[in-house]
Design a protein around this ligand. Structure first.
Ligand code: MD3
Ligand code: FE
Length: 219
């Protein structure tokens, strides 16, 4: 038998910070189905590399499903009901996604989570997310739920100020993290992905984040 140090095999809840939990292995049993759902979403709304307002092209490729999709370009960050590439609404949120998000949030103490936005991130070796806050969502009482699939990554988690101390948290296939309450506006990022291979995703890491954007067009 080969010992695989990267694959969680059991479910376990780990406190991360005030209001934030790592639910190890929470999505493990539906991991393959989630990856298939991602491919189906990407067939309708292709992965693309967004440009930041500062003019940098992101190393992480992104797409969305659900009512609202997170978008970035030279004009800024926003949520949009229309995919700027296809000109069509984002694909519907797969029922399995919505179920998982609500179950994980309830498990972590946030009952009634009803996300209207789902951002799907795709990492290749070297892709990273620099330290940032997720502050484009209007309902600060709702958590964010994130699901990690495929190749493992190191997540960086800080406090409510950019300069504060940071924890490093390994996230592997099937891990779910719920961020709410006092942690909702914490700075966070993902270190450059290392080269590795996962049986379900090859060299890729996928991360799905569920959000209550509650965006209104009038700003
Ligand atoms: C902590 N994605 O898409 S998910 C993002 O792994 C993003 O792709 C990362 O950060 C990824 O914005 C990390 C974990 C995450 C998401 C939202 C948070 C952590 C968070 C909001 C507040 C605090
Ligand atoms: Fe984020």
């Amino acid at each position: 038998m080969t010992l695989d140090l990267f694959t969680a095999t059991e479910r376990r809840d780990e406190p991360l910070a005030d209001g934030a939990w790592v639910l190890r292995g929470f999505a493990l049993d539906i991991g393959q189905a989630l990856v298939e759902d991602i491919h189906a979403v990407a067939e309708q709304a292709p992965f693309r590399h967004l440009v930041t307002p500062g003019g940098f092209t992101m190393s992480v490729a992104m797409t969305n499903c659900g009512q609202f999709g997170w978008c970035s370009d030279r004009r800024g960050y926003r949520y949009d009901q229309i995919d700027p590439i296809t000109g069509k609404p984002w694909p519907a949120m797969p029922p399995r996604f919505a179920r998982l998000a609500a179950e994980a949030a309830a498990h972590a103490g946030y009952p009634g989570f009803d996300p209207d936005a789902c951002l799907v991130n795709r990492y290749i070796p070297g892709s990273r997310l620099t330290l940032h806050q997720d502050r484009d969502e209007r309902d600060g009482t709702q958590p964010i739920v994130s699901v990690s699939l495929g190749v493992p990554a190191t997540f960086q988690f800080g406090g409510n100020e950019r300069a504060g101390p940071k924890q490093r948290v390994p996230l592997v296939h099937g891990d779910v993290v719920v961020w709410g309450g006092p942690s909702r506006l914490a700075y966070h990022g993902v270190l450059p992905l290392k080269e590795a291979s996962h049986p379900l995703t090859g060299e890729y890491r996928f991360n799905i984040t569920f959000r209550a954007a509650r965006w209104k067009a009038e700003g």
